[in-house]
Design a protein around this ligand. Structure first.
Ligand SMILES: NC(=O)c1ccc[n+]([C@@H]2O[C@H](COP(=O)([O-])OP(=O)(O)OC[C@H]3O[C@@H](n4cnc5c(N)ncnc54)[C@H](OP(=O)(O)O)[C@@H]3O)[C@@H](O)[C@H]2O)c1
Length: 309
C-alpha cells in the first residue's frame, strides 16, 4: 500500500482504470472485473464524469454509474478509494466554480456516495482564474464532499502556479498529478518529476499499459481486435520492439505476465504511488494483478529503462 502525497489515502500499488466500464466492458463484466480486483487486494479505482461519452450509444457518466451500482450492491464503499474527474466532459466543461460544484453533485449521485476520495481537474482550463478553481475545490473539501484533490493534463507551469495559489490563500491543494506516463511515454520524468518531488505530490500515471501495447499482445504481423488497436500500434517501432524484448526476458525469468512487469517498472519510478491501468475482462486483470506485490531488481529496472531510452 502507498500513501498519496501528503493525504491520508492509503492505496494499492495498482489503480484500476475505469474508462472501460460501460464502454468495452458491459455492466456484468465490469462487476466481475471490480470484484476480482478487490478480492486480490486492490482498493483504488479511477473514473471520470466524462467516461465514456465518445463511445457509440453513450453520453457520459456510464462508468461512474456502474461503479456506483457495484459499490451499492457490494456494500463496500468504505473499503475502496474512488478517484473521479471534472472538466473535460462537453456537457460539463471547464473548471469554473459553478461547473465544479454542479459536476461534483452529479458524480456523487451517480457514484451513490456522499464523498469523492480524490477529485481531479481532468484538464486545465485557461478560461477560468486558478483562484476561482482553487476556492471551489476548497469549498467542496470543507463541506466533506471531497477528501483530496489532484490535477491531470496540466503544464508544469500551470501546476506550479495552482500550487502557489493554494498555498498563498490557505486553500486545499493538489496532492497528486495524473500524467500520461509509461515505459514508452517518459516526458514526465524531466517535465514534472522534480516539481512533484519538491512539492511532495504523488504521480498516478495513466495509460500504464500504453493502450495495451505493453501487455505484449501487439507483435509485428499480428492483428489485434481492440478499440485501442490504432493507438497501441503507434508504438510498433524499433524502440517499442526493444522494450517488448526486455519485458519478455524479465517476464519469462520471473514467471509473470509481460503486463505486470511493465506496471512494476512504472510503480517503482520516483514519485509514482500507483500506475493506472484498465482491464476489459477478469482474465485480462489476472495478468496485471502480480504488480500488487512484484518488485523488480535494480538490474531489471535498469534493463527496461535502457531499452526504452
Ligand atoms: N487523466 C486522463 O486524461 C486519462 C486519459 C486516459 C486514461 N486515463 C485513466 O487511465 C486508465 C488506463 O488507461 P486505458 O485503460 O485507456 O489504457 P491502458 O491501461 O494503457 O490499457 C488498458 C487496455 O489494455 C488492454 N489489456 C489490459 N490487460 C490486458 C491483457 N492482460 N491482455 C490483453 N490486453 C489487455 C485492454 O484493452 P483492449 O482489450 O480493449 O485492447 C485494456 O482496456 C483509464 O481507464 C482511465 O482511468 C486517464
Amino acid at each position: 500500500m502507498a500513501k498519496i502525497g501528503s493525504s491520508d489515502l492509503d492505496v494499492s500499488r495498482l489503480c484500476l482504470g475505469g474508462n472501460v466500464f460501460g464502454w468495452t466492458a458491459d455492466e456484468r463484466t465490469s462487476f466481475a472485473v471490480l470484484d476480482a480486483f478487490v478480492v486480490a487486494g486492490g482498493n483504488f479505482i479511477d473514473t471520470a464524469d466524462s467516461y465514456m461519452w465518445r463511445a457509440p450509444g453513450n453520453s457520459g457518466g456510464e462508468s461512474e454509474t456502474i461503479i456506483g451500482r457495484w459499490m451499492a450492491s457490494r456494500g463496500n464503499r468504505d473499503s475502496v478509494v474512488i478517484a473521479t474527474k471534472v472538466g473535460s466532459w462537453p456537457q460539463r466543461p471547464g473548471l469554473s466554480r459553478a461547473n465544479i460544484v454542479a459536476a461534483a453533485e452529479d458524480s456523487l449521485r451517480r457514484l451513490q456516495t456522499d464523498r469523492i476520495d480524490l477529485y481531479f481537474s481532468h484538464t486545465d482550463d485557461a478560461g477560468t482564474a486558478q483562484e476561482e478553481t482553487a476556492a471551489a475545490f476548497d469549498e467542496l473539501v470543507r463541506a466533506g464532499k471531497v477528501r483530496t484533490i489532484g490535477a491531470s493534463n496540466f503544464t508544469p507551469e500551470r501546476l506550479r502556479s495552482a500550487l502557489e495559489i493554494s498555498a498563498r490563500e490557505g486553500l486545499a491543494s493538489y496532492v497528486a498529478l495524473q500524467p500520461h506516463y509509461n515505459l514508452l511515454e517518459r516526458d514526465f520524468e524531466s517535465a514534472f518529476a522534480p516539481l512533484l518531488e519538491s512539492q511532495g505530490l504523488a504521480c498516478l500515471p495513466y495509460f500504464g499499459l500504453a493502450k495495451g501495447f505493453l501487455t505484449g499482445k501487439y507483435r509485428p504481423d499480428t492483428e489485434v481486435d481492440s478499440a485501442r488497436a490504432e493507438g497501441a500500434m503507434a508504438y510498433m517501432d524499433d524502440r517499442g520492439l526493444r522494450v517488448l524484448a526486455a519485458l519478455d526476458e524479465i517476464a519469462a525469468a520471473r514467471e509473470v505476465p509481460v503486463a505486470a512487469v511493465a506496471l512494476a517498472w512504472l510503480a517503482d519510478q520516483p514519485t509514482v504511488a500507483a500506475p493506472i491501468a484498465s482491464a476489459r475482462t477478469p482474465e485480462q486483470l489476472t495478468d496485471l494483478l502480480p504488480v500488487l506485490d512484484l518488485t523488480l531488481t535494480k538490474t531489471e529496472l535498469a534493463k527496461l529503462t535502457k531499452a526504452s531510452a
